[in-house]
Design a protein around this ligand. Structure first.
Ligand code: PLP
Length: 415
């Protein structure tokens, strides 16, 4: 227990794990392997569905007293995630946006934030709220260009927020280079990476110089679109304690049942995502061969192919492509059958969307135009189905949308 944050003494929080104090295995082993001191040695960690815990005595609170402050199922998940993310402390909260909300509680009026110009719509909305109502100054720049970051970094910069690849334009940021520049200009500034698009299986931003990493657990970590969750991970324990404060104060920690679901989901992350990205590669190649402009870091045509692979262990399973016409894109999306029309990604089943009309509709049209956001962009979030079925379903949708022709030998090409 430590007294900090303006003299408040937080209730006991789960002890941070020290994942690097023991032999570590490859990440696909670590995802499955868990240590537990359960009294019955249960194979699946129990769900402590309780709001409160009895104390041994008036003076001895014990490790847990109230689930808002800490719960054994949540602690188990947090320790497991810290290990997987190469962190010294992880915190589990009620959604990916909650994770960012908690992180932004580090800011004070007058602080400056540097964020990308191709951000997830919800992130954009939260930053806009902070700049309109909380006295935070937000600079939106192309965070895939380190010169642009350098230009706006100053002693007022408190936070630099990076996504790579960005969603849905699939632009790649040089996290290592950006972190070096920012920390050199202002050692107090923290570099925050939203690693939702790749997950800890494919990238470890803390190894690249990030101070804080967060993930929407709603996506790949859980994998089945059956929960909302967020994970925050840090190496600096003081920073971890500062981030724990608003979670304890507001009660946005992940519920015991959802912690258990996320723990169960994350064990299969490697098998799911490896299949998803193998499918995504085939689909990206198919669409490129047909003649569309495809954005996917698994394609050599991606302008930042080498940079991406210098940081990541895979290309992920989200790609986007342009058709050149909004109505054509609408027809493709509406004619796909296996591909569910849905926001979000990271689920075992494949999804199709038009970000301008869906996940990114909260970014107004003028801003989208300023940021060169193609209105006809289609985003594909690839699942674990049979790739031939997925490609066939897309082919039928392209034909119905009347944007391709089929040669007698079955080859599909753009009209
Ligand atoms: N970050 C990215 C890249 C996302 O795509 C999303 C949601 O789509 C979030 C964060 C927010 O996560 P959640 O929906 O769990 O709040």
């Amino acid at each position: 227990m430590s007294g900090n944050m303006e003299g408040n003494i937080p209730p006991p929080s789960p002890a941070p794990s020290s994942p690097r104090d023991r032999v570590t295995y490859a990440i696909d082993t670590e995802l499955v392997y868990t240590d537990s001191n359960d009294q019955y040695r249960s194979s699946s960690v129990p769900i402590y569905q309780t709001a409160t815990f009895k104390q041994d005595s008036l003076s001895n609170m014990g490790e847990y007293d109230y689930t808002r402050s800490g719960n054994p199922t949540r602690s188990h998940l947090e320790r497991h995630m810290a290990k997987i993310m190469g962190a010294n402390r992880a915190l589990a909260v009620s959604s990916g946006m909650t994770a960012l909300d908690v992180i932004t509680r580090l800011l004070k009026p007058g602080d400056e934030v540097i964020a990308g110009d191709d951000l997830y719509g919800g992130t954009n909305r939260l930053l806009k709220y902070l700049s309109s109502n909380q006295g935070i100054i937000v600079h939106h720049v192309d965070t895939t260009n380190n010169n642009a970051i350098e230009k706006v970094t100053s002693d007022k910069t408190r936070m630099v927020l990076l996504e790579s690849p960005t969603n849905p334009l699939i632009k790649v940021a040089d996290i290592k280079g950006a972190a070096t520049i920012v920390h050199k200009i202002n050692p107090q500034a923290i570099v925050v990476v939203d690693n939702t698009m790749l997950s800890p299986l494919l990238m470890s931003p803390l190894d690249l110089g990030a101070d804080v990493v967060y993930e929407s657990g709603t996506k790949y970590l859980s994998g089945h679109h059956d929960i909302m969750a967020g994970i925050i991970a840090v190496r600096d324990l003081k920073l971890g304690e500062q981030l724990f404060f608003p979670i304890n104060a507001s009660g946005c920690g992940l519920s015991p049942f959802d912690s258990w679901l996320l723990l169960r989901g994350v064990k299969t992350l490697a098998v799911r995502l490896e299949k998803q990205q193998a499918n995504a590669q085939l689909i990206a190649e198919f669409l490129e061969t047909v003649g569309f402009r495809v954005r996917y870091p698994g394609l050599k045509s991606h302008p930042s192919y080498d940079l991406h692979w210098s940081m990541a262990r895979g290309a992920g399973a989200v790609l986007s492509f342009e058709t050149g016409d909004i109505q054509t894109s609408e027809r493709i999306v509406e004619n796909a059958k296996i591909w569910g029309i849905s926001v979000s990604f990271g689920c075992v089943n494949s999804l199709i969307s038009m970000p301008c009309k869906m996940s990114h509709a909260s970014i107004d049209e003028k801003t989208r135009k300023e940021r060169d956001f193609p209105e006809d962009l289609i985003r594909l979030c690839v699942g674990i189905e049979n790739p031939n079925d997925l490609i066939e379903d897309l082919k039928v949708a392209l034909i119905k949308a009347q944007c391709v022709k089929v040669s007698p030998d079955g080859t599909v090409s753009r009209l």
